[in-house]
Design a protein around this ligand. Sequence first.
Ligand SMILES: CC(C)(COP(=O)(O)OP(=O)(O)OC[C@H]1O[C@@H](n2cnc3c(N)ncnc32)[C@H](O)[C@@H]1OP(=O)(O)O)[C@@H](O)C(=O)NCCC(=O)NCCS
Length: 188
Amino acid sequence: MSQLPRFCLSTPRLHLRSFAETDLEALVAYRSDPEVARYQGWPRPYTAEMGQALIDEMMNKPLDVQGAWLQIAIEQQESGVLMGDCAFAVRDSRGQQAEIGYTLARPFHGQGYATEAITRLLQYLFDERGLHRVHASCDTQNAASIRLLERLGMRREAHFVENYWDDGQWTSEYLYAMLAREWKAKAA
Ligand SMILES: CC(C)(COP(=O)(O)OP(=O)(O)OC[C@H]1O[C@@H](n2cnc3c(N)ncnc32)[C@H](O)[C@@H]1OP(=O)(O)O)[C@@H](O)C(=O)NCCC(=O)NCCS
């Protein structure tokens, strides 16, 4: 008997679900795409062994490990194809704040899929998990990610100037956040 996925949220076009063995090829393909990887912290080149290790870790990870990222597969309902992933990590000691992240393979950009996926993730974190605050960091050059965060209604809270070393240079980041009351006001 097959096991039910441990994590599964749905939207009109997507399933946000636990990673599965069958995701390896698509995961490695989009993580190896230089344009997709440009602002992400994973090692390059991104090998099949790294992809397999991530899938093994995520398939066996409990939902509530404090401080640890839970990577969630984003699947197109219509085709069953793995389009990308999103993630959250509950960061504070009260378990009331989370950081989120997201990636889509290039063929799925520009169609509102990330907005749809992350809106559902925020709904899960605020309405189902009762979190107080969700935040995300993004490279100040990552225009698509900035547009996504602002479309979601997140506020730019901080601009860290040359705060991390990436690809041989000092790099700057924005920090975006949303409070539960802001989420509720937006939903209303
Ligand atoms: C960040 C990322 C997920 C954003 O993807 P995206 O395709 O721009 O975002 P969405 O899927 O929500 O699509 C929104 C775009 O589709 C358009 N769109 C088309 N149909 C749409 C629909 N039905 N609903 C909403 N938007 C739609 C919007 O107008 C918007 O275009 P714009 O950004 O030019 O204004 C993507 O660029 C990515 O994976 N980048 C690589 C990984 C990365 O950098 N991650 C972030 C690290 S901080």
